[in-house]
Design a protein around this ligand. Sequence first.
Ligand SMILES: NC(=O)c1ccc[n+]([C@@H]2O[C@H](COP(=O)([O-])OP(=O)(O)OC[C@H]3O[C@@H](n4cnc5c(N)ncnc54)[C@H](O)[C@@H]3O)[C@@H](O)[C@H]2O)c1
Length: 404
Amino acid sequence: MADMAGNEDSEAGAASPALGIGMVGYAFMGATHSHAWRTVGHVFDLPMRPVMAAIGGRDADAVRAAAARHGWAAAETDWRALVDRDDVQLVDVCTPGDSHAEIAVAALEAGKHVLCEKPLANSVAEAEAMAAAAERAAARGQVAMVGFNYRRVPAVAYARRLIADGKVGTIRHVRVTYLQDWLVDPDFPLTWRLKREYAGSGALGDLGAHAVDLAQYLAGELLVGVSALTETFVRDRPELDGASSGLSGSGSARRGPVTVDDAALFTGRLTSGALASFEATRMASGRKNALRLEVNGERGSLAFDLERLNELSFHDHTESAESAGFRRILVTEPGHPYLEAWWPPGHALGYEHTFTHQARDLVVGIAEGAAPAPSFADGLQVQRVLAAVEESAEKNAVYTPVPS
Ligand SMILES: NC(=O)c1ccc[n+]([C@@H]2O[C@H](COP(=O)([O-])OP(=O)(O)OC[C@H]3O[C@@H](n4cnc5c(N)ncnc54)[C@H](O)[C@@H]3O)[C@@H](O)[C@H]2O)c1
């Protein structure tokens, strides 16, 4: 029998056991995660069958409309009721950072698997509590994962494979810039992303968290210390007039204080002694979602640009200088990560596929009883880097160790 969203009959692999999903939050990330849950079982052969059991939000009409639009069988207006549902085995947290810890810890303690959006939390203390809850839950066979989805761009996962295979040799530099421009207008309203009590930090936690995770993932090593500058260029903005979603909202005549950074610049040292540099800003006019990565090693270099996400640039420094140079690899071959399930070579993928790949790895991890990276412990370590960046910036860029 199909439920009101048609879950039972329409999901692929009806013979495999069901995995009931309950998702909290239904705006930007709610839409991308819904897309992933709708899609993943139809593209990948999965050991379990994701069922979109329930979506949670606070406004009854809005959450019901979101359930109908995105294909969820039921709607709840209290996330606790969603966590307690017998048909929910995995809780997917797509709310702002101020509610991540409370929802994720409650879900883990209720015996559920958890996927939590990034950054893991708004503070190190919250992230520590979440990582501890995940560790206790792991002993009971539960899985917890943080949504650093850019690891799952096929070109990024392939870059990691090339680095692990020694193709760039000993790493000397990791360079990450993550640039957006939606705050250039000083009248852009005070959405939750601009308030410390909801977001924890600004560009740092929003964009810098991805940058830190990617640098460490690609290099296969951790940051041991950082030196940072942060700035809030526009210090007051129009109070929000009504609801906001993702990166949009409308403002009123009244203005209020911005309590997070607009931009964060920092350098860091990796375990091996390699140097890393980071730039995270929402003030780079003309840059929409410009996440750029470069790794330089003694045998070669890799470069990636999210705005051309099917491509990876690779320079093999062991080739003769006359013919060597960056070449463009089109990462759409069936042998590339995740591509075996998609389209013929050259038929490109997009932003939404990263969430589908994340859902795929999570379902496989749950079926196998092994948490896929990034774990909550990985999310906690990123949180410690973010805290060290803020501490360094307060001291005008004094080098600040990252506690291990
Ligand atoms: N992985 C990525 O690339 C990426 C991109 C954007 C946002 N994010 C993260 O996803 C999370 C959500 O961001 P967004 O852009 O979707 O925000 P959004 O403003 O578009 O949506 C937030 C949703 O959470 C709901 N919500 C807020 N507080 C709640 C509460 N206490 N209980 C229940 N529902 C609540 C809102 O009603 C809304 O549906 C944040 O942690 C953000 O950092 C990740």
